[in-house]
Design a protein around this ligand. Structure first.
Ligand SMILES: *Cc1c(COP(=O)(O)O)cnc(C)c1O
Length: 424
């Protein structure tokens, strides 16, 4: 598999290099030079998740990793299902929260850990990542206990849910977590600065593990196929997929699935009040506002990292950005949507509720709608209980961590301090 840096297309790397490096020169994102096309989609859809994913990722990654090895990586990563649930007459939910940290980021995080453990060189590796909530948990759990890999996770202090925090800041061992006194964009900026610091990068073997790492995106492609596999051929004819979006990795993966030949009529990018992309699609102007805190905090991103990849895919496929649907909900609208969904018999959480609402407003006659449920409702227990006036039992995976003490360090958004911390 060959990839190029979107900012500097002459910088070209292999899959292994891209996984190790994360970002290219000038913080450019790596992107596959070619994406194959499947002509036997129905045959592919008839396979079970793991076997099908082995074929998809095998085709994307090519012979750079021996088939046996790649197959084992996928088997180790995809150890949980992604069921589709019916929510309304022509609307379905793809539940991506049945993994160990109850969020869709388990798919990407676990595959990324496997990929890195496979392509690593000798010497120390430090995973440095910023999280707005769920990436951190997925990364921490995916790498926990792996030998010679250190993990440092930055997150905006007080801006993620207490349960989210418990899930990844209680592990210890090779996982260090840092509460930054600033917002998520500032955490992300610190990570970028660290990657620009060549000495630091070499000394501690810096590697990123958030949604910019290409291995995460490739893994996520697989669950779009898994969703289609659970729908009838007729439903797949006019399939519209709504993706709750923050950094836009999830949507990028869906667009790669479509490029591979999966029949998806169109996508809808659904956001909260951090609506840079919906406004951009409407006005043609890219004008991020300051990030605001919302109920769907994993999408509190006003400068989505993966957007250049979305544009690259549209350009390369000759698609027009006007074909991309979008919509944004504020918190009041999110609450209304969550209640409406619950009244219909489906318990969701704020991120999925946004995707559902925007979808149901834009779905046209004859279309089948699918929205992605990116987290288990219990991960947003406080909000869900308050909005729906119900009590949610904690799933065991969360309850276990909830009882443990937080082990996080605290720091201002100061690169000099972070640098010293990383070298310690
Ligand atoms: C990360 C996350 C999102 C946003 O996904 P992106 O790939 O960053 O667009 C949505 N919902 C939840 C629950 C998340 O954790």
């Amino acid at each position: 598999m060959n990839l190029y840096n979107i900012k500097h297309p002459t910088e070209q790397v292999s899959f292994a290099q891209a996984v190790r490096q994360g970002l290219g020169k000038d913080q450019g994102l790596f992107f596959p030079e070619t994406i194959p096309q499947f002509h036997n989609i129905d045959e592919l859809l008839a396979l079970p998740l793991v076997e099908r994913s082995q074929k998809i990722l095998g085709a994307l990654i090519g012979d750079e990793i021996p088939t046996d090895k790649l197959n084992a990586m996928i088997e180790n990563a995809f150890t949980f299902p992604a069921p589709v649930a019916k929510v309304a007459d022509n609307i379905y939910a793809l539940e991506l929260f049945h993994g160990p940290t109850l969020a869709f980021k388990d798919f990407g995080g676990r595959f990324m850990a496997q990929a890195l453990a496979t392509v690593r060189k000798d010497g120390k590796i430090t995973i440095l990542t910023a999280t707005s909530g769920d990436t951190g948990a997925a990364v921490a759990h995916a790498f926990y206990g792996l030998e010679n890999i250190e993990v440092v996770i930055l997150y905006p202090k007080g801006k993620i849910s207490p349960l989210q925090e418990k899930l990844f800041c209680t592990l210890g061992g090779n996982i260090r977590t840092v509460a930054i006194n600033a917002d998520f964009d500032a955490c992300q900026a610190l990570v970028k600065q660290a990657f620009d610091d060549e000495t630091l990068r070499q000394t501690i073997g810096l590697n990123s593990a958030n949604s910019i790492n290409i291995s995460r995106l490739l893994a996520q492609v697989c669950y779009y196929f898994e969703a289609a596999a659970q729908l009838t051929a007729e439903q797949r004819q006019n399939l519209v997929v709504s993706v709750p979006s923050g950094n836009f990795g999830n949507l990028t993966a869906g667009l790669i699935a479509k490029t591979l030949g999966l029949p998806i009529k169109r996508f809808i990018a659904s956001t909260n009040a951090n609506d840079t992309v919906p406004r951009y699609l409407q006005t043609g102007e890219w004008s991020p506002n300051a990030t605001v805190a919302t109920l769907s905090n994993a999408m509190d991103v006003s400068r989505p990292n993966n957007w250049p990849r979305v544009e690259e895919l549209f350009k390369r496929n000759g698609w027009n950005l006007s074909e991309l649907g979008s919509g944004a909900l504020n918190d009041a609208q999110t609450e209304t949507a969550l209640k409406a969904q619950y009244a219909q018999g489906y318990l969701c959480e704020p991120h999925g509720a946004i995707a559902y609402q925007v979808l149901s407003e834009q779905l046209q006659a004859g279309e089948t709608g699918l929205f992605l449920c990116t987290a288990h409702p219990a991960k947003f227990k406080e909000s869900v209980e308050r909005i729906l006036d119900i009590e949610l039992p904690l799933p065991e995976a969360l309850d276990k961590h909830n009882k443990l003490p937080l082990l996080s360090d605290e720091m201002d958004a100061d690169f000099v301090a972070l640098r010293a911390y990383l070298l310690k």
